[in-house]
Design a protein around this ligand. Structure first.
Ligand code: KG4
Ligand code: ZN
Length: 343
């Protein structure tokens, strides 16, 4: 089965073709980062308008790259939430319209289910069940995953998401938008031990997170310097901040493995690209003879491949959906169910 996937929930237009027998056939992405950079964050109306400009050319491109025509496509998957409503609308309308014109099924995909399944695009993918750590710009969640659509929330951030904390801290340090990857790069130059921030919530039971206090601790550290931070100050602070976040994530992942008795951990979402996080989790699972799986670097942040993959799995499992467009700006992952037929 060959599925066209369209992602347009935020500031990236992603399109891909996934074949359930042969894997990913082609994918293309247009990032709006440079457009939003001058505003220091995503401007929703600009995002929607740019998705309109990009989506059709990208669809043409992936079809040409894969050498397929419309007759070869068995279904269309699009992101239906969570995300920016206007941005979601673009991908959904184009996806539904193409499916209608081509007389093929369309399937609405949950953006975070897309992220969660992204490691399945790699060679030697993990098998159910597993613990998933979802770390993106909008979400930080630990999920017990028993199968497709069988998600139980083990813990989540009570305030900022991990990616959001990276971005806000980067802004505090005067790094350009989007700060997460910039801050991580800066941390590589940092001297360990000069600054120390306590990892939030690790002394409390449970698997919830909190990152907003850390951002405040960084602000205080900058104030205490009593001068414009130098590049060296910034690198040292970045390293201390990143270490505190990584430690909190690692400890809660370990608790989640203990709690479920599972020996497989999966990490996905933008922050799963972070090298320090990968090193810490690799070490943690090695100690307990468990395994950890990540998406390829191109599929950590938003992309069309994960949406094509998630949609293909649901279509393959027999899911059918009513021919209506229902979008949700907010949509808890745990509301999803196993693939099924539309009411
Ligand atoms: O999954 P994603 O593309 O978008 C959402 O669904 O939110 O995640 C984007 C987030 C941003 O906050 C970005 O700063 C963060 O992922 N991010 C990183 C790294 N690469 C992306 N954070 C830390 N280290 C990185 N290498
Ligand atoms: Zn995302």
């Amino acid at each position: 089965m060959l599925v066209l996937g369209i992602e347009s929930s935020c500031d990236e237009t992603g399109v891909a073709l996934y074949n359930t027998d042969h894997g990913l056939r082609s994918h293309a992405l247009f990032s709006q980062i440079s457009m939003h950079a001058e505003y220091g964050g995503v401007v929703p109306e600009l995002a929607s308008r740019d998705h309109v400009r990009r989506v059709i050319p990208l669809i043409r491109q992936v079809m040409t790259d894969a050498g397929v025509s419309r007759e070869d496509i068995d279904g269309v998957a699009y992101t239906a939430g969570p995300g920016l409503m206007g941005a979601l609308m673009v991908g959904a309308m184009v996806g539904r319209s193409l499916a209608f014109a081509w007389q093929k099924p369309a399937v609405a995909v949950h953006h975070m289910e897309g992220h969660l399944l992204a490691p399945m695009l790699e060679d030697n993918p993990p098998a159910f069940p597993f613990v998933a750590l979802l770390v993106s710009g909008g979400h930080t969640q630990l999920v017990q995953v028993k199968g497709l659509g069988q998600y139980e929330l083990l813990g989540e951030s009570l305030d900022d998401a991990a990616g959001e904390a990276f971005d806000k801290t980067a802004k505090l340090l005067g790094l350009p938008y989007p700060g997460g990857p910039e801050l991580a790069r800066m941390a590589e130059q940092g001297t360990p031990g000069r600054f120390r921030f306590t990892s939030p919530m690790i002394d409390r039971p449970g698997m919830d997170f909190s990152f907003s206090g850390l951002k405040t601790a960084v602000r205080h550290a900058v104030t205490r310097l009593d001068r414009e931070p130098t590049a060296e100050d910034k690198a040292d602070i970045a390293l201390a901040f990143q270490s505190a976040v990584v430690r909190a994530l690692m400890i809660k992942c370990r608790r989640a493995l203990d709690h479920t008795g599972y020996d497989t951990l999966l990490v996905a979402g933008g922050v799963s690209a972070n090298t320090a996080l990968r090193v810490a989790l690799d070490d943690m699972v090695k100690e307990r003879q468990a395994r950890v799986y990540y998406p390829g670097l191109a599929f950590c942040t938003d992309n069309g491949a994960m949406i094509a993959y998630a949609g293909a799995q649901r279509l393959l499992a027999g899911e059918t959906q009513a021919p209506a467009v229902t979008l949700k700006a907010r949509w808890p992952l745990v509301e999803l169910t196993e693939p099924g037929a539309a009411a």
